[in-house]
Design a protein around this ligand. Structure first.
Ligand code: NAD
Length: 333
C-alpha cells in the first residue's frame, strides 16, 4: 500500500523503514508539514501518516479524500489537530498511537523540573566558561513540597508516582480518579485547591475546548507566589501572554515548557539562521527562570520503536479491513 508520510525527519524515516520490512508498504517520505496546500502530495495514497503539528482541518481532509486517502495513521497520541467530524464526513478513518512511552514524557517533565529548580542550565554554561561561582544557583528541596498534577491518565499517573518517590505531597485534579494514583497516596482535590496549594504544577491533560488556556490570568491569580509550572502536554493549555505577565510579577517562579501554543511554526525545524518573528515566544526565552525544549518529551528509543510498530499495526488493520483498536472518533474529541 502506498503510504505518504508527512513532517518526516531523519529519525522518523529510520524507524519507519526498519519496521516496514514485514509489511513492505511503499513509503513516500515528505519533509513538509501536512496542510491544505501540501495535501495534494498524497494523491493516490490510501493511507497517510501524520504528526502533531500537521493540520488535518476540513480543507486538508477534503483534499486528502479527493486524492483517494481513506486512512490517517497519526504517529502520536494527541489528536487535537484533526477535525474528526470532517474526517468522518469524508469517510476517512483516523488512528493514533495511544501510549507509546508514557515514561518518556513523565521523565522529561521531571528532568525539566529538576533542571529549572537547581539551575542546571545555568551551571552547565558557567562551568564551561571556568566560572565556578555558585552564587544565584540556590534551589529548593523538592522533598516535602506540594506538587499538583492536572490530568492523571497514563503520563500524569507516572509523573505523580515519581513525585511521591521524591517525598512530595501530590494533589491531583482530573474528571475521573485513577485508582493507581489513590493507591500511591495521591489526593484528589478541586482544580481551585490544586492551584492555590501547589508549589509545583504539572499539566498532563489533553487539549480540548474545556482545557484551552486552563492557565490564564484568572487561574494564575489564585496560585502561590513563586509557583513552578511544567507543561509537557499541549501548548494552548497555557495563555502564554498571561504567563509572561506572571513571570514579570514574580507570581510564576519557574516555567518549563516542552510545548508552546504557536509551536507549529517553530518546533522540529532549525531556525538558527533566521530572525524569529514570534515576539511572544522570544520574550519567554529572555527570562532566566524559563526553560524550553522543543517538543522532545516523547523522544526516546523505546517510544520511537513503539510509535513505529503501532503505526504499522494500525495500517495493517486498515489494509486488511480489521477493526483497529486505536481509532479515534468525533465524539471522543
Ligand atoms: P491520557 O488520555 O492517558 O490522560 C489524560 C487525562 O486527562 C485523563 O485521565 C483524563 O480524564 C484527563 N482529563 C480530561 N479532561 C480533563 C480536564 N478538563 N481536567 C483535568 N484532566 C482532564 O493521556 P496521556 O497519554 O497521559 O497524555 C496526556 C497528554 O500528554 C496528551 O493529551 C498529549 O497532549 C500530551 N503528550 C505530550 C507528549 C510530548 O512529547 N510532549 C507526548 C505524548 C503526549
Amino acid at each position: 500500500m502506498k503510504v505518504t508520510v508527512f513532517s518526516t525527519k531523519p529519525y522518523d524515516e529510520q524507524f519507519l523503514r526498519r519496521h516496514n520490512q514485514a509489511s513492505n508498504h511503499e513509503l513516500v517520505f515528505i519533509e513538509n508539514r501536512l496542510t491544505s496546500e501540501t495535501a495534494a502530495l498524497a494523491e493516490g495514497s490510501p493511507a497517510i501518516c501524520a504528526f502533531v503539528n500537521d493540520e488535518l482541518n476540513a480543507r486538508t481532509l477534503a483534499k486528502l479524500a479527493a486524492g483517494g486517502t481513506r486512512f490517517v495513521a497519526l504517529r502520536c497520541a494527541g489528536f487535537n489537530n484533526v477535525d474528526l467530524a470532517a474526517a468522518e464526513a469524508h469517510c476517512i478513518q483516523v488512528a493514533r498511537v495511544p501510549a507509546y512511552s508514557p515514561h518518556a514524557v513523565a521523565e522529561h517533565a521531571v528532568a525539566l523540573l529538576l533542571c529549572l529548580n537547581r539551575h542546571v542550565h545555568k551551571a552547565y554554561n558557567r562551568v564551561r566558561e571556568g566560572n565556578f561561582s555558585i552564587d544565584g544557583l540556590m534551589g529548593e528541596d523538592l522533598h516535602g513540597k506540594t506538587v499538583g498534577v492536572v490530568g492523571t491518565g497514563t503520563i500524569g499517573a507516572i509523573f505523580a508516582g515519581i513525585m511521591r518517590g521524591f517525598g512530595c505531597e501530590v494533589l491531583a485534579y482530573d474528571v475521573v480518579e485513577n485508582p493507581d494514583c489513590l493507591k500511591a497516596g495521591v489526593r484528589y482535590v478541586s482544580q481551585e485547591e490544586l492551584f492555590s496549594r501547589s508549589n509545583v504544577i504539572s499539566l498532563h491533560c489533553p487539549l480540548m475546548p474545556q482545557t484551552h488556556h486552563l492557565i490564564d490570568g484568572h487561574t494564575l491569580a489564585g496560585m502561590r507566589d513563586g509557583v513552578f509550572i511544567i507543561n509537557t502536554s499541549r501548548g494552548a493549555l497555557i495563555d502564554t501572554e498571561a504567563a509572561t505577565a506572571a513571570i514579570k510579577s514574580g507570581r510564576i517562579g519557574g516555567l518549563a515548557l516542552d510545548v508552546y501554543e504557536e509551536e507549529s511554526e517553530l518546533f522540529f525545524d532549525d531556525h538558527s539562521d533566521h530572525v524569529i518573528q514570534d515576539d511572544v515566544f522570544m520574550r519567554l526565552t529572555t527570562f532566566p527562570n524559563v526553560l524550553i525544549t522543543g517538543h522532545q518529551a516523547f523522544f526516546t528509543n523505546e517510544a520511537m520503536t513503539h510509535i513505529s510498530m503501532t503505526t504499522f499495526s494500525n495500517l495493517a488493520d486498515f489494509e486488511n479491513g480489521r477493526d483497529c483498536p486505536n481509532l479515534v472518533k468525533a465524539k471522543a474529541n
